[in-house]
Design a protein around this ligand. Structure first.
Ligand SMILES: Cc1cc2nc3c(=O)[nH]c(=O)nc-3n(C[C@H](O)[C@H](O)[C@H](O)COP(=O)(O)OP(=O)(O)OC[C@H]3O[C@@H](n4cnc5c(N)ncnc54)[C@H](O)[C@@H]3O)c2cc1C
Length: 392
């Protein structure tokens, strides 16, 4: 590891996900001495593909990691929308998906973004894996932090990038229940070595209150089980595979084989789909970024883009106001809050209109919309109506 710099100050970043690694890269480049602590024992792989775009794409360009992201992107694929018996409702063609995009968008596995950020850090920032924060005590000029490895240290800034169940939020702002709103849905994403439906297209099976999506991620696959739970706490206290099986085992098609493949996987990304809503993202010398601050929930498909954009902007405003952290944090929040709130609203709409339509009728309406939108004449009309310009 190369020499740490501290002209700008010393920052502790809690969480080495997309938000934490972006913050580490941007602050390190801004002259901060940065320490990252991550609870997991190593880089957390897994997840499915995401659409990387907007503020995230622009930040990636500024951070110089765009060429690597472009290289890691996957081809867009047709999505076969199925009913619960596996019958084809409609094909949501890759060409239509692309035609309706009005900004450059990368179709990329979530964990590739973290890998690329780690590569960009090039060992320049120390990351303590298997470590978290146990306590934070603040005064006017800094924060005293005790880490789970027993080390006590003082920092000018503590950045909580520790995701939706943030411990930093709990320590500095209060209990999670005050800030978390659940949609009532549970999401389990598994990464599979092989897929029983490897046909070169994506599959998205929908019934009222449940959805399965199978996607190819290069040489591997992901399967998503998403369902509205009638007993969130009960489902969460049940073994995951039992909870998934209970909700999906009555289905035909490839579902029995997918359940079997999923059960053989040692771990999954699993939990309730939630949003985090806070009146402020900073408290003195502690600031939250990414899902810890504004988790939008799975339905916007924008969590990673928003995390990269927000963490990069945080580094920018800190550089604009050297030595004046309170002003920087106020300016950052004023600039970024409207963006995050807009995505949270999009997520709420996306849940009902695309991922979990509330009735069979709503699923039929979605099918009709996708069918109409897929016609080349209507696609062109929709592009005109939506003011879509081809991405450069
Ligand atoms: C394994 C995994 C798979 C995912 N898959 C998808 C997906 O397929 N689709 C999707 O839309 N979103 C997915 N997400 C969420 C997505 O990454 C985020 O919504 C988005 O990238 C914002 O990232 P974040 O860094 O704020 O939060 P996260 O990605 O959740 O990262 C938070 C990091 O903090 C660490 N951490 C948590 N608690 C502590 C603690 N107390 N101390 C130290 N470290 C801590 C976590 O281990 C994690 O590395 C996934 C997240 C993970 C971790």
């Amino acid at each position: 590891m190369s020499t740490q710099r501290s002209e700008a100050g010393r920052a502790l970043i809690v969480g080495a996900g997309v938000a934490g690694l972006t913050a580490a890269l941007r602050l390190h480049r801004g002259g901060w001495e940065v320490l990252v602590v991550e609870k997991a024992s190593g880089n957390r792989n897994g997840g499915t593909w995401i659409s990387f775009r907007g503020v995230g794409y622009q930040a990636a360009e500024r951070l110089g990691i765009l060429p690597q992201l472009i290289e890691a992107q996957l081809p867009w694929e047709d999505i076969h929308m199925l009913d619960t018996d596996g019958r084809l409702r409609v094909v949501w063609r890759a060409a239509t998906q692309l035609a309706l995009m009005n900004e450059p968008t990368l179709h990329i596995p979530r964990d590739k973004i973290a890998d690329i950020l780690l590569d960009a850090l090039d060992g320049e920032v120390k990351i303590e894996y298997g470590t978290t924060v146990s306590s934070i005590t603040q005064d006017e000029s800094g924060a005293e932090v005790v880490l789970s490895n027993g080390v006590s240290d003082r920092f000018d800034l503590v950045i909580g990038a520790d995701g939706v169940n943030s411990v930093v939020r709990e320590l500095a702002f209060g209990p999670e229940a005050e800030f978390r709103t659940d949609f009532g849905d549970l999401l389990a994403i598994y990464n599979l070595e092989r897929s029983p439906v490897d046909t070169g297209v994506e599959h998205l099976l929908s019934g009222v209150g449940r959805m399965i999506a199978v996607s190819r991620l290069g040489d591997t696959f992901s399967v998503i089980f998403l369902w509205t739970s009638t007993d969130l706490a009960g489902d969460l206290s049940t073994d995951l595979s039992k909870a998934v099986r209970r909700r999906f085992e009555d289905l035909g098609w490839a579902v029995p084989a997918l359940l079997k493949e999923a059960e053989a996987v040692p771990s999954a990304y699993y939990g309730p789909v939630s949003q985090i809503k806070m009146d402020t993202w900073s408290q003195g010398r502690v600031v939250l970024v990414g899902d810890a601050a504004w988790c939008t929930g799975f339905y916007a498909g924008f969590g990673a883009s928003l995390a990269v954009g927000g963490a990069d902007l945080l580094g920018d405003v800190l550089e604009r106001h050297p030595g004046d952290i309170p002003t920087a944090l106020r300016e950052w929040e004023a600039e970024y809050r409207p963006i995050a709130l807009k995505v949270q609203a999009q997520a709420r709409r996306g849940r009902e209109s695309f991922f979990l339509p509330p009735t069979e009728f709503a699923i039929k309406l979605r099918t009709i919309f996708l069918w109409i939108a897929g016609n080349s004449v209507t696609t062109r009309l929709l592009r005109l109506f939506m003011g879509v310009r081809s991405p450069k």
